[in-house]
Design a protein around this ligand. Sequence first.
Ligand code: GTP
Ligand code: MG
Length: 298
Amino acid sequence: MSEHRCGTLAIVGRPNVGKSTLLNAIVGQKLSITSPRPQTTRHRVLGIRTEAQAQLIFIDSPGWQREHRAPIHRILNRTAEQVADEADLVLWVVEAGGMNAEDESFFARVARDRPLILVINKVDRVQRKERVFEQARTLAERYRPVAVVPVSAQRMTQVAALLGECVARLPIAPARFQPDELTDRPERFLAGELVREKLFRLLGDELPYETTVLVESFEEVGQATPLRRIEASIVVQRDAQRAIVLGHAGQSIRRIGSEARRDMERLFGGRVYLGLHVKVRSDWAAHEQALRTYGYGG
Ligand SMILES: Nc1nc2c(ncn2[C@@H]2O[C@H](COP(=O)(O)OP(=O)(O)OP(=O)(O)O)[C@@H](O)[C@H]2O)c(=O)[nH]1
Ligand SMILES: [Mg+2]
């Protein structure tokens, strides 16, 4: 019997390459929110995969970007750098056919000198597969990773092959989490994130990045078929944004609420009541201190 392996794997790269989609594909649950908008992820999110002879502890991170125009970008970059620092192995995610100068500076500043697996994601978007192999060859020569694996996180293509490459390179060590643990984040955190995902997906560019979600209360009631009662506030900066979140006759917020609730029920495996509110709070995002109060940077 082979020895048991366990270690941490950082999922890093520039915004929007599919890091969180990959984490979810690996764990089989929506632990980390995803959207077509860059910098959807704002926190480190752990996703644990337990196999017979290995436990892989993946850490999803915010997209790293070269330019930071606002304090929040600096915080997100720092979080991504810390995640890469802490891990036994770094999974650097890039896009099939779509590398740019930002990937290059990410490598120079964050990924260089680390044991690196290069993940070429979104291969489903490339018609001619030999293009992907060419890209893999070029990247292997240029960045000297321990492996290059083309995948489609969305379609789950080659994810098993990626896991095989990962396990082989982890230290021999006992498991750190129980086999049924999927993350270190409490349900309360995951609930807030799912509301934020719907907000991002439904309202997209209409809202500024500073829009966030606060879970005001989270309780479980009832014995036989417990119900999670969750009250959450969407925090915006201006009255006009409040109107956008509410939508005509409250349509938008109702849809955000029902879609978020459906995802929560799937993730928690039980009934959920979700009360959603909108709060206006101006200018807090300009201050890193305020961001910390809201739980960023952790
Ligand atoms: N076609 C295709 N799209 C993908 C794939 N993986 C992710 N996407 C899409 O790419 C977009 C970004 O995905 P995310 O997983 O949120 O990307 P991310 O790297 O976590 O982004 P940030 O958290 O913003 O840094 C979403 O619209 C995904 O549906 C893939 O394998 N194929
Ligand atoms: Mg993400």
